[in-house]
Design a protein around this ligand. Structure first.
Ligand code: ADP
Ligand code: MG
Length: 511
């Protein structure tokens, strides 16, 4: 029989409650990083490796979550990052808020199916309204502004005069996947370099090789450049010293023949995915050939693409037309760097863009490289899709105001869900205000008033408080907002639908 005097109770939490808590908790983790005045997180793993970052996706990727629902939310950050390069923190915060708003509705007796339906109605209407809020990118200055906004709140922001123009150049030159960012700690960020050629983070095999060639003629091998017998690790036995000398002599001659053949073809840059015999390397050095061994596949392919070279699998296959070409090949070094980089300029097919980010420490340079990578993606989207919207809470408050009006036309309990969706959107300006030391509610009210008075582009002035009425003060690609709304709504719906978590059987191995 239950002990009536025992006031303690064991309350078993349902899967729903746990899920809601996880969604809110994850939003809470990244919340303080949002906006230009957001703070950074220091992530430390068990081996003491640290990453200091302000980026929502990086934070969640580096955090050790075990609960399956957490991976749903990490998925939101991943989608956001891969589709729009920015807005990960906003997407996570929005997911948490949509779930929290839904919790309120569930407590009022609204069924999750109706909430999901209402959220989807609201999403569609919000995106329609977003279209009417967007403007077209017309100039490089606007692109520069997009790049600068994408870097706000991160360490990179302090160097935006150097990095902003790099973003615009890169975004206009090529797609983000073809931008190659290298990092060298040991110099100031202002010393960063960029080129439409190719920068290679690889040292030449022998210090005697030339540091500069006026014109590159490039051969790419995905095989060893050694004698066949010496790649297999065979044992060779000799019965006299003479025989051994003779063998060594013959071997050297055979290797030098390979070198001779390469030099005769006019090749002066060699990349091999595997080994290059040291004797051959020395021969190359004496004959003004630069060689790289053990290059990875992606580098080899990048060189192939940008210099119009063909990767061959044996020296015998190599034809003159397989050779790649470029202008100057030069080793760039700086006394402050731990190692130099190679640069291929005036490449035959300038489809890529290379950037070398230097920074006082490895941490700074890497965090800047990450921020730059995202900012280039964002700028590229703005350059290609043209449509941008006002940031600083402007778009979100506009959409929220519109949805609150629109909700009246939605019948049934879904109407409540549309209103909740509108309330959830306001978490973005509220958090921006909070992170800037401003009062969230009065800030949102001031913003609503400005928008209602006919200034739709009004945004939060996070630095001084109040409202900023300057047109296009803070702009970001429409797509960053669209993807965040879509992925947050999808994740929130998925979380709402789960009523139980069951440990599934291990998948059996199929024969
Ligand atoms: P996310 O990972 O979501 O991109 P950020 O920390 O980059 O997170 O913050 C983005 C938010 O900060 C956006 O809502 C953007 O409009 C806003 N923002 C950026 N710069 C400014 C600014 N100068 N003034 C007001 N808001 C800004
Ligand atoms: Mg951002």
């Amino acid at each position: 029989m239950a002990n009536v005097t025992d006031a303690s109770q064991n309350k078993v939490r349902t899967a729903e409650e746990v899920n809601f808590e996880i969604a809110r908790g994850m939003a809470e983790i990244v919340r303080s990083t949002l906006g230009p005045l957001g703070r950074d997180k220091m992530m430390v793993d068990s081996s003491g490796r640290t990453v200091i970052t302000n980026d929502g996706a990086t934070i969640l990727r580096e955090t050790n979550f075990v609960h399956p629902t957490a991976s749903l939310i990490v998925g939101v950050a991943r989608t956001q990052e891969s589709e729009s390069y920015d807005g990960t923190t906003s997407a996570i915060i929005l997911t948490g808020e949509l779930v929290q708003q839904a919790e309120g509705l569930i407590q009022r007796g609204v069924h999750t199916t109706l909430i999901e339906r209402g959220y989807n109605i609201a999403l569609k209407e919000a995106l329609n309204h977003l279209d009417s809020l967007s403007v077209n990118i017309e100039s490089d200055e606007q692109l520069l502004q997009v790049a600068n906004v994408a870097m706000t709140g991160k360490q990179a922001e302090a160097y935006k005069d150097t990095l902003g123009p790099l973003c615009v150049e890169a975004a206009k030159s090529t797609r983000p996947s073809k931008v190659n960012i290298l990092v060298r700690p040991g110099a100031s960020v202002e010393d960063s370099l960029a080129t439409t050629g190719l920068m290679i983070d690889k040292q030449m095999m022998n210090h005697g090789m030339p540091k500069k060639l006026d014109k590159g003629s490039i051969a790419l091998f995905d095989c060893d450049l050694t004698l066949p017998a010496h790649t297999a690790g065979v044992n060779v036995n000799f019965d006299s010293g003479e025989a051994a000398d003779l063998y060594a002599q013959k071997r050297k001659e055979d290797i030098l023949k390979i070198g001779q053949h390469i030099v005769d073809m006019g090749i002066n840059v060699v990349f091999s995915m595997k080994e290059i015999d040291p004797v051959l390397s020395e021969y190359f050095a004496r004959n003004n050939v630069i060689a790289f061994r053990r290059t990875n596949n992606s580098l080899l392919e990048r060189v192939a693409e940008t210099t119009n070279a063909m990767i061959v699998s044996s020296l015998g296959d190599l034809e003159a037309e397989d050779l790649g070409t470029c202008g100057e090949v030069v080793e760039v070094s700086n006394p402050a760097w731990d190692k130099p980089i190679m640069q291929l300029n005036d490449v035959a097919n300038p489809v890529g863009y290379s950037i070398l980010i230097t920074g006082p420490t490895e941490h700074v340079a890497s965090e800047i490289a990450r921020a730059l990578d995202d900012a280039i993606g964002v700028t590229w989207i703005a350059h290609n899709e043209k449509a941008v919207v006002n940031g600083g809470g402007s778009t979100h408050v506009n959409m929220a105001m519109h949805l609150k009006q629109f909700a009246n036309s939605v019948g049934g309990l879904e109407q409540l869900a549309v209103e909740s969706f509108a309330n959830a959107l306001e978490v973005i300006p509220a958090t921006l205000a909070q992170n800037s030391g401003l009062q969230p509610l009065p800030s949102i009210i001031a913003l609503r008033a400005a928008i209602a008075s006919g200034i739709p582009h009004a945004s939060l002035n996070v630095f001084k408080g109040g409202v900023c009425t300057e047109e296009l003060a803070v702009i970001e690609p429409k797509k960053v907002v669209t993807v965040a709304l879509e992925s947050a709504t999808t994740a929130a719906s998925q979380i709402l639908r789960i009523d139980n978590i069951i440990q599934a059987k291990e998948a059996e191995f199929m024969e």
